[in-house]
Structure formats: C-alpha cells, structure tokens
Design a protein around this ligand. Sequence first.
Ligand SMILES: NC(=O)c1ccc[n+]([C@@H]2O[C@H](COP(=O)([O-])OP(=O)(O)OC[C@H]3O[C@@H](n4cnc5c(N)ncnc54)[C@H](OP(=O)(O)O)[C@@H]3O)[C@@H](O)[C@H]2O)c1
Length: 288
Amino acid sequence: MILHRSLGPIDTTAVGLGEMPLTLEDNLGKDTGIDTIHAALDAGCRHIDTAWAYYCSGGEEQTGEKLVRAALETWKGPRDEITVATKVGHFRNFTNGVPTWDVDGRPERLIHDAKQSAQALGVDSIDLLYFHRPDPKVPYAESIEAIRQLLDAGVARTAGISNASIEQIDIARSILGNRLIAVQNQYSPVYRDSADTLAYTARLGLAFVCWSPLGGYRKVKDEHRFDAFRDVAAELGVSYQQVVLAWELSLGEHVFVIPGAHRPATILDSLKAGQLELSETQLSRLGD
Ligand SMILES: NC(=O)c1ccc[n+]([C@@H]2O[C@H](COP(=O)([O-])OP(=O)(O)OC[C@H]3O[C@@H](n4cnc5c(N)ncnc54)[C@H](OP(=O)(O)O)[C@@H]3O)[C@@H](O)[C@H]2O)c1
C-alpha cells in the first residue's frame, strides 16, 4: 500500500510527482510527459506538483499546467482522488540569452495568474495554490493578501507558500489562518539550509514539501554527499534515490517529497520510497 499522509485536510500520497522536468527546456516531449504522469497515477501517486511558470523561456506559457490537465483528462482512473498543486509568482525570462526565472509578486499579477492557472488546469477551484517565491520589490504581506483574496473568491481551496523563511511563515499564517496548509522549500542531502523551517512547520502542524528532494540540477562537487545513501542502497538492493526520499520522509509525519522525472521509469522507482523502511542504524548513517 502506497504511503498516504495528511496535507492539511487533504489525504494524499507522501511521494508526489514534480511536473517541472516534463515541460522545461530539456523535456522529452508531450507524449512522454503524458506517459510519465499516467505511469505515476497508475502506480498509485495521488499528488502532482506544477506551476504557472513551468514552461520554456520564450515559449507558450503554462505548458506544465496544460500537460497535467491533458494527462488527467485522458487517464482512466479516479480523477477525484488526485490533488494538483500549482504556484503563482514566477515567470520565465532570459538573462544574456540564457533561460532564467523572474518573480512578480504584485497582488494584481498573482490574482490574474491564479485565475489563468485554474483555467489551464480545467478546474473551478485549485486544490492547493502556493505563492511561489517572495518578490523583494513587494512587501510579503501584500502578496499573501492576494492569496487570501483568491481563497475568499474560491479560486483556490487551500494555500501554501514556497521558498519561505520562518518570518514569512508567520506573516502568511497571520493572514491566511488555517487555510495555509503547506510550506514548500528546497530540501535534500545537498541542501539542508531550510532545516529550520522543516522543524518549525512540524511545530505548527503544517505540511513541509521538499522541492528538488534529490538535489535537482546539482553540481558535480555535491556528489560525495550521496555516498552514505549509496552505501545503504547497495545493502538494500534499491536505488540511492529511494533511500534519499525515504530518509526525507523519516524526518517527520508532516514531510512530503515531490521528485521530478523526465520519464516513467524514474518516477516509478521514486514512488517505492514511501514503502522503504530504513532501520535506526541506517538512518543514523545518513545524518539528521
Ligand atoms: N517551489 C520551487 O521553487 C521549486 C523549485 C524547483 C523545483 N520544484 C518542484 O520540485 C520538483 C522536483 O525537483 P527537480 O525536478 O528540480 O529535482 P529532483 O526531484 O531533485 O531531481 C529530479 C531528477 O532526478 C532524477 N530522478 C528522479 N527519481 C529518480 C530515481 N528514482 N532514480 C534515478 N533518477 C531519478 C530525474 O531523472 P530523469 O531526468 O532521468 O527522469 C530528474 O533528472 C520539481 O519537479 C518541481 O515540481 C519547486
């Protein structure tokens, strides 16, 4: 039985599918994208993470959300079991000809984009809407106020914040109350700077969703940080990625992981992490 956890009021799988690689620059095309989402859902995954900004710089916007919709509309399983989370506040750009990410946290832009997200996803109300990343040009409370208005208007049912500090979590909670259900921050063996928010969300009863849980596009010099995970994986006869995800899930009942995948095989392997039991001795070798 695949591991389920409570994401606020939503019962869903602890391992979700991070949609981003399916629609960024190095994606393998729409058919593989749909196959990957279908494979994840067929294997029991019930949580998909996407964003308004998951598209190629300079190309059609919102292709990530549109891909999720196309996959769900052609999937034969129970659509109502699937939680789709999306995010607003980012858009793609270029810097010196290289694809990049920019932020726009102005309330009017967030409200506009969230309505577009609901439309692209083909839903009346978004299951979980995150404010993607703080915009240094806009006071945080003003951006969060826009998320509150979107909840009040029914554009989204629950809210999350991403790339948030403890101070920003407090601001968001003061404005959104218990409609704030999740904090999505980067967390992996190569990035533990957000450990303070992982602990803080546990105390508050909020979900903590690890983004780039496998290290994302990491640098070659980071590889040694996976040595202990590879050793434990070799003993258990599983991939080290499963061990990484299982270790993250062991950090608290409030923790979720959303590994990305370009192809069915990788998400199918990652989904097994929810059932992987690591002993106390193995966990102690992996660090806190
Ligand atoms: N909130 C934010 O600001 C933010 C920022 C970044 C990402 N995210 C979210 O986090 C999700 C995950 O992050 P990510 O995609 O950057 O990185 P990631 O999950 O750390 O790593 C994805 C990479 O790991 C590989 N992989 C996944 N499972 C594997 C397995 N079991 N065995 C071997 N290789 C495996 C994939 O390989 P293949 O390419 O071969 O499939 C892919 O290249 C994104 O999709 C997005 O939804 C959020």
